[in-house]
Design a protein around this ligand. Structure first.
Ligand SMILES: [Zn+2]
Length: 270
C-alpha cells in the first residue's frame, strides 16, 4: 500500500488530535509530526492522537530535531544529540509512530569515514537505551541528505544499517536529486535508487518528496511538484507497478498541495 500525507500539521490545526482528524478529512493516510525545533508534546494528547490515527487509518511518523549532530566537534552537542533523539523516540512510541526520522550528522571535520563510525556507535547506544525503556518498536530512520557536507548518502546509511538493528533508510528524493546534481532524470533515475535500496532493505519504505532547487553544494530550497525537478510522475508509476509498501511524505511549500498532487499522480494512468 502507498500512503501519502503532509510533513507537519495542516494549517489551523489545534494540536495533534485535531491534526490527525484534519489529515484524514483531507483524504490523506499519513502525517509526519515535526519535532524539528523541539521534541515536546503533551503525553496524554500524543497517546490520544495515536488512537485517533489508528481509527482513521493515518500512519504516523515523526521528524527529530534538526540540530542533532552525532559528529559535532562539540562533545556537549554529541551527547545531547542522543537525548534529543530519545525524546523524539519516546513521543513516537506514545503516538504509535513507527519511525523517527533523523538528520544524523554533518561531517564537521571528522571526515566521512570517521563520521560513519561515530554515527554507528551513537545509534547503537540509542537502540540499547530504547530497548531498555521498552520503546524498541520505534525504528530510527536515517534520511538521505541533500548537502554535500551532511552525513547521509545511501552507501553510508547502508553501512550503518549493517551494524545496528532497528535502523531503516528514509529516502528524501529531493535530497538525492540535489546532491547528485540532478540524477533523478526520467524513470531510470528513480528505478536506480529504488533498486539500490532494495539490495539491502526490503521492509516498508518511508520517503520524503518535493521538487528542489540546487547548486554545486547540493540542496537550496524545496519547490512545488510543478517544477518537475525531479518529475514525480515516474515515481508514482513505478511505485504502483511494484505495488510498494511505502509512505510518501510531502515537503513541498505548502505540504498539503504536494500531497494532493501525489494522490492525483497515483490515481492517474500516466
Ligand atoms: Zn528531514
Amino acid at each position: 500500500m502507498i500512503r501519502v500525507g503532509p510533513a507537519g500539521y495542516p494549517p489551523g490545526s489545534k494540536g495533534p488530535v485535531d491534526a490527525v482528524e484534519r489529515v484524514a478529512a483531507l483524504g490523506f493516510s499519513a502525517m509526519e509530526v515535526q519535532f524539528v525545533r523541539q521534541a515536546r508534546m503533551d503525553e496524554a494528547k500524543a497517546a490520544e492522537a495515536g488512537r485517533r490515527a489508528v481509527e482513521l487509518g493515518v500512519t504516523l511518523s515523526a521528524h527529530a530535531p534538526y540540530y542533532i549532530n552525532f559528529c559535532s566537534s562539540s562533545q556537549e552537542t554529541r551527547e545531547k544529540s542522543m537525548d534529543w533523539l530519545l525524546k523524539s523516540a519516546r513521543l513516537c512510541h506514545l503516538l504509535g509512530a513507527w519511525v523517527v526520522v533523523v538528520h544524523a550528522a554533518s561531517y564537521s571535520g571528522a571526515g566521512e569515514e570517521g563520521c560513519t563510525a561515530t554515527v554507528t556507535k551513537a545509534l547503537r547506544k540509542c537502540r540499547l537505551e530504547m530497548s531498555e525503556e521498552g520503546i524498541g518498536d520505534v525504528e530510527i530512520g536515517l534520511e538521505t541528505m541533500g548537502k554535500k557536507g551532511s552525513w547521509g548518502t545511501l552507501p553510508e546509511i547502508r553501512e550503518a544499517m549493517g551494524e545496528v538493528e532497528g535502523v531503516v533508510p528514509v529516502l528524501d528524493f529531493a535530497h538525492l536529486h540535489a546532491r547528485s546534481g540532478g540524477s533523478l532524470r526520467g524513470r531510470q533515475g528513480f528505478e536506480k535508487v529504488l533498486d539500490e535500496v532494495r539490495s539491502f532493505y526490503d521492509g516498508r519504505l518511508h520517503c520524503h518528496f518535493s521538487c528542489i532547487e540546487y547548486t554545486g553544494l547540493g540542496e537550496r530550497r524545496h519547490l512545488p511538484l510543478a517544477a518537475r525537478q525531479p518529475d514525480y510522475r515516474h515515481l508514482a508509476r513505478i511505485m504502483k507497478e511494484r505495488a510498494m509498501d511505502a509512505t510518501l511524505i510531502s515537503e513541498t511549500p505548502p505540504p498539503e498541495d504536494g500531497a494532493k498532487e501525489m494522490l492525483r499522480l497515483l490515481k492517474g494512468r500516466r
